[in-house]
Design a protein around this ligand. Sequence first.
Ligand code: BGC
Length: 252
Amino acid sequence: MQERRILGIDVGASGIKGGVIDIDAGELINERIRLETPDPATPEAMAETFAELVRLHNWKGLIGCGFPSIIKNGVAYSAANISEEWIGRNVVETFSMACGCPVEVLNDADAAGLAEMQFGFGKGEMGTVLLITIGSGLGSALFIDGKLVPNTEFGHIYLRNQKKVAEQYASSNARKREDLSWEEWGIRFNEYLENIERVLNPDLILLGGGTSKRFDKYDSYLAIRTPVRPAQLLNAAGAIGAAVYAFQQSRK
Ligand code: BGC
């Protein structure tokens, strides 16, 4: 029988987190370990931290990895919050050579979205569902009738009145950097959602990432037509989705 436990690793701009995932239950089955993302987040330094996490889990087998970049055929096509040296690098090769295990890679927000659609509040949701992850950057995962449209970057749309991309204005990093109150940030985030709604008209928006846990702090400032809800799966969503993705790829 095919292995139904896979190491899921969520590589982020501030932390590299992972745990062994039971892909049927969509749950972590051991303790999730978090290591700091090296600064600068170059391919060599990140590969070393990635391999260290694999060693700490004493893992030898398939690994699913969410990575904060546009990913096509294993190659990174953008680097908003990591070193630009990643652009054009094959993430699959870089990580699998460093840890000696086969690795499947997809965008980190897409990974979190896959988990939320399979095991969280997105389950059974038809129509256009957008998951936005709020963290160092703003990530997005778009689903049409449950099917992922990979590599959307709705965190990089230009805001009409701001002359900057959305994640520089309304991410969790922007809130911390500018020391914004929840009200100030909530108003900004609502402005961002208005821009999304104007062009996409989704049926549901789910919010993931660390800031989704604080939904009650800014919920009252969100005033768009589209229903907006915090995601159900919190910290482990990226690792769970990455593991599920790796399993699906291994069966192709
Ligand atoms: C990146 C996305 C990523 C998001 C969350 C953005 O800066 O462009 O690819 O999904 O951050 O990590």
